[in-house]
Ligand binder design. Sequence first.
Ligand SMILES: Nc1ncnc2c1ncn2[C@@H]1O[C@H](COP(=O)(O)OP(=O)(O)OP(=O)(O)O)[C@@H](O)[C@H]1O
Ligand SMILES: O=C(O)C1=C[C@@H](O)[C@@H](O)[C@H](O)C1
Ligand SMILES: [Mg+2]
Length: 185
Amino acid sequence: MGDSDLLKGINLYLVGMMGAGKTTIGKILAAQLGYGFVDTDAVIEQLTQKSINQIFAEKGETTFRQIETKVLSEVCAYTRLAISTGGGIVLRRENWSYLHYGLIVWLDVPVEQLYSRLAEDNTRPLLQDPDPIGKLRSLLDERRSLYAEADLHITPHPQDTPNAIAAQVLEAIPSVLKAKVGSRE
Ligand SMILES: Nc1ncnc2c1ncn2[C@@H]1O[C@H](COP(=O)(O)OP(=O)(O)OP(=O)(O)O)[C@@H](O)[C@H]1O
Ligand SMILES: O=C(O)C1=C[C@@H](O)[C@@H](O)[C@H](O)C1
Ligand SMILES: [Mg+2]
């Protein structure tokens, strides 16, 4: 059971740039909270029977974003889930109305580290760019103020393991949960 009552059934959403560790840490958090695990990118791939790269190439980013919103709107109706989102989930205002049903955690990882993790990975269509590090920088510049709308801002040290980062999230939850519930009263 462990920390299973920590969030009182409220969903936990991980947001942040591609490569920030949302999928990796979301799985650990789900196990530790006794929650189910959902990755919106994986759900989109299952639903469409296409890879994210294929969806971007064949249908374009706008269609991907429409599917992403639909998936989020359906997922948020469930409880007791840790949900790793796609890096661009913060872009549509409508998505925030769904995210705010849960507790939102921003994994804020420096661009250099994102790049070193993703350099060998060709599954992120937005990084198929002649200047991937410049692209990561400009995406983060566009999105930083949106990610900052999360309830909890976690800035892991470069050497922190996924388990250590998950522990930081769990440790910080009680204080932010209080603030979040308090703000609704
Ligand atoms: N704390 C960490 N230390 C070292 N490597 C990590 C850490 N967290 C994640 N990684 C590695 O970085 C890569 C990207 O992680 P992950 O897929 O979890 O990111 P993501 O935020 O889900 O990205 P996306 O938005 O593209 O889905 C993976 O290879 C993962 O193993
Ligand atoms: O940052 C982004 O816009 C993206 C991140 C990934 O999780 C995928 O959702 C897709 O590659 C787009
Ligand atoms: Mg992911």
